[in-house]
Design a protein around this ligand. Structure first.
Ligand code: 9GP
Length: 816
């Protein structure tokens, strides 16, 4: 075991401060201290990292390459300290130096290289892969600007660039020796080589140099360190006068520009496809570099490319990296001169695809003219994959044109990436049981019929090391005191807490911890929102991306409804409630941004209204991200998971709340179904249409929300407040777009497409049950504790073991 050496660690901090900043401890800023501490920690990590790779090489291990446009890592310092099991030593040293660890952690900007659930899942998976000892690379993009920072100004979201690298990132290492060239555009020419074979070469292209930066992913207490490799782009030929003389001026400038813009910014779209050319460039850029490097690494040790699937698996995180399949084909055909059949067999045994959504607006479809212009050789290969696949369809379903219409990869001028991903992969998985069933029986029914053996489910998970051990130290310590620390690497062990669910003292301790976490959050809110919240109120929290299907609108309409009730009847029985929201909306998603403004406008009125005796407060957390997420999960009483059934593929926030002892109010959607299965219906508040009901309505043309509006006065009153200036007298029409979306269809959307009015009354009833349940303190405590206790299934360790068993077939490396 390579451990953090206390003496060296301390000396290094002092040394680095001098070396980097010419400062002593007492002169250094917290930011400088953060860097010195991070580098000192990296010393130990590097030793483990090198040892891990040596072992991998000696054992000639199989490796999974997790290809993902997004890795939402969150801060690394605290997590690395925890996973190195170095907290005690670090705290001792920092104490001696008079430094507060929490202050230093605050200095690290969250590397926010992801939008939401999909990117955070990738980060949790990396943590689990290292902790379980499986050889893996995360492969992604080193965006210069991560997810935008959200400012709330006058209730509106304003996006501010997130230049996360401004101060430098101490944990990364540049690896120029592994750079690869990535080519765009030009044309393809066929040549006959010396052996008389036809070869395809790309000519007159633009290219960039992909340069990797490696970030260590430290396993928990096991000496294993895997790698997150993010690629940056550099110009191949630095712009110089020489090119100018040769008449290549234009090309040199273009290449410079391409290199500059390709990794500039993460597209801030969650569950939505923007169809921008630059996005396709980003996809091919990181995929091509990753695959080229994986193949060359493999060939450094092996002499037969045909055995690649024995040592390499590419997991495609959604359709974003799907060009991987065609890129691998290109390498096998053009660089290794394999036949189509040989190359296809290898590709098909090496690629596996995860589907993360059924939202049609998220499905990537590239116009053929754009795709073929940008990636001419890749397009040729996709064309051939499609030609052969269409032949297979025709053979299997003679004369059935509708099958081709639904399944072909190239159709009506578009490249359909999900179809390509399915055809090229040996495994296709959904991310929660319900989601996988919907894929099999609805969305991808035809593919399932053709390739049933490829389909499987891998219910998502989260890492308990970040979301309990790091995020909620009080509860983590308590759990360890009660049942030992095995839960840290084996979450099902936490079920042992069930034994304490009838013990009044334990229940009180559990709720005391919750109370402390509520105080911690209240302090944060006071500092950031200047709002005083009642720490004895119910903390009811919905934090996630803002999307209509996630139905933050249902939540805030219900708050408006409650407020109306209270105003009419100030003496009604009402347990104080704090409704907390946190959500970023994509910059171009107007309705989502209106919902943010609505939440803030409602909050501004209600929070100031003393006539309701502070019984309701509405708080909008600015710039929701991994680091403040940890505070929110730990403090929640109620977890809002209220998506329109069938729309949320899985959700992972639901699991983070559950782990921290919050009780779910939710629909039977995504992984909520499995959460309820684990914790019991009596320990959750379930409401709303089922996914079958939603799908049936959708098939039959929706429903008529006007009936509800005209017949339910409570709902009508709330909706009218959207257009009568109740919350924004200066701009009465501000929320008319929301009002209209709930009541009228437009050219492309039905009225109330997310069934908000349809589910309103069952939601309201479920919220009533929440309020009643909270009055019975002991019963509530028991339910909350059982949520933590029954969370074992939702560790990403379990998910990763399933991927390994069913898809990747990796060998576990035991700690040395
Ligand atoms: O919307 C899903 C979310 O439900 C899921 O938990 C997450 C991770 O699997 O992926 C999200 N999907 C996307 O962000 C886009 O496909």
């Amino acid at each position: 075991m390579i451990e953090l050496n206390k003496k060296e660690f301390k000396e290094n901090i002092i040394e680095y401060l001098k070396l980097f900043y010419r400062k002593n401890i007492d002169e250094a800023t917290n930011q400088q201290l953060f860097h010195a501490i991070a580098y000192s920690l990296k010393n130990t990590i590097i030793e483990q990292w090198m040892a891990t790779h040596k072992t991998y090489e000696e054992k000639d291990v199989k490796t999974v390459y997790y290809l993902s446009m997004e890795f939402l890592m969150g801060r690394a310092l605290g997590n690395n300290i925890i996973n190195l099991k170095a907290e005690k030593v670090v705290r001792e040293v920092l104490d001696e130096l008079g430094i507060d660890l929490e202050d230093i952690e605050e200095e690290e900007t969250d590397p926010a290289l992801g939008n939401g659930g999909l990117g955070r899942l990738a980060a949790c998976f990396l943590d689990s892969l290292s902790t379980l000892g499986y050889p893996a690379y995360g492969c992604g993009i080193r965006y210069k600007y991560g997810m935008f920072k959200q400012k709330i100004i006058d209730g509106y979201q304003v996006e501010v660039p997130d230049y996360w690298l401004e101060e430098g990132y101490p944990f990364e290492i540049k690896r120029p020796e592994y750079a690869k060239e990535v080519k765009f555009g030009g044309y393809v020419r066929m040549i006959r080589d010396e052996q008389g074979r036809d070869r395809f070469i790309q000519e007159n292209y633009q290219s960039v140099k992909a340069v990797p930066y490696d970030i260590p992913i430290v396993g928990y207490g096991n000496n294993i360190v895997n790698t997150l490799r993010i690629w940056d782009a550099e110009a191949i030929n630095t712009f110089n006068l020489e090119s100018f003389d040769k008449g290549d001026y234009q090309k040199a400038v273009e290449q410079e520009n391409l290199a500059r813009i390709i990794c500039e910014v993460l597209y801030p779209n969650d569950n939505h496809y923007a169809g921008k050319e630059l996005r396709l460039k980003q996809q091919y850029f990181f995929v091509s570099a990753s695959i080229q490097r994986a193949v060359s690494k493999y060939m450094e040790k092996h002499n037969n490319i045909k055995n690649l699937p024995e040592k390499v698996c590419f997991q495609l995180n959604d359709t974003h990296p799907t060009v991987a399949a065609a890129e691998l084909m290109r390498i096998l055909l053009d660089e290794y001169c394999l036949s189509w059949e040989e190359a296809w067999e290898i590709t098909n045994k090496t690629c596996a695809y995860t589907n993360h959504t059924i939202m049609s607006e998220a499905l990537e479809k590239w116009p053929i003219d754009l795709f073929s212009r940008l990636l001419p050789r890749i397009y040729q290969i996709v064309e051939e994959i499609n030609r052969r696949f269409v032949m297979d369809i025709k053979k299997r379903y003679p004369g059935n044109e509708s099958k081709i219409e639904k399944m072909a990869i190239l159709y009506q001028g578009q490249v359909r990436m999900a179809n390509l991903a399915i055809v090229a992969s040996f495994s296709v998985n959904g991310v929660a049981r319900l989601h996988t069933e919907i894929l099999k029986n609805q969305e991808l029914k035809d593919f399932y019929e053709m390739y049933p053996e490829r389909f499987n489910n891998k219910t998502n998970g989260i890492t308990q090391r970040r979301f309990l051990l790091h995020g909620n130290p009080l509860l983590a310590d308590w759990v360890t005191k009660k049942i030992g620390d095995q839960w840290i690497v084996n979450l099902p062990h936490i079920d042992k807490l069930t034994a304490f669910s009838e013990d009044p003292i334990s229940l009180r301790e559990f709720m005391d911890i919750k109370y402390h976490n509520k105080k911690r959050l209240a302090k944060y809110i006071k500092e950031h929102n200047q709002i005083d919240i009642d720490t004895n109120s119910i903390f009811d929290i919905q934090v996630k991306r803002l999307h209509e299907y996630k139905r933050q609108l249902l939540n805030i309409l219900h708050v408006m409804y409650l407020y109306n009730q209270l105003k009419k009847n100030p003496n009604m029985e009402f347990y104080p409630r704090t409704f907390i929201f946190g959500a970023k909306a994509s910059a171009g998603y107007e309705r989502a941004k209106s919902i943010i403004k609505l939440i803030n406008s409602v909050g501004a009125v209600i929070n100031e209204d003393t006539s309701i005796g502070n019984k309701i407060k509405v708080v909008f957390i600015e710039n929701y991200r991994v680091s403040n997420g940890e505070l929110l999960f730990a403090a929640a009483d109620v977890s809002e998971q209220i998506s329109t059934a069938s729309k949320e593929a899985s959700g992972t926030g639901n699991m983070k709340f559950m782990l921290n002892g919050a009780i779910t109010i939710g629909t039977m959607d995504g992984a909520n179904v499995e959460i309820v299965e684990e914790v019991g219906l009596e320990n959750a508040f379930i409401f709303g249409l089922s996914s079958d009901e939603v799908i049936n309505y959708e098939k039959n043309g929706g429903y008529n929300p006007q009936d509800i509006y005209h017949n339910d006065l409570g709902i009508k009153e709330v909706l009218d407040q959207l257009i009568n200036g109740f919350y924004t007298p200066e701009k009465p029409n501000l929320f008319k777009n929301i009002y209209d979306s709930l009541l009228y269809s437009n050219g492309y959307e039905k009225a109330d497409p997310y069934f908000i009015l349809k589910d309103f009354r069952t939601y309201e009833a479920a919220q009533k049950r929440v309020a009643e349940a909270y009055l019975d303190k002991e019963r509530w405590a028991k339910s909350a504790l059982l949520n933590t206790a029954k969370c074992g299934k939702f560790s990403s360790d379990r998910t990763i073991e399933e991927y390994v068993q069913d898809i990747w077939h990796l060998e576990k490396i035991e700690p040395k």
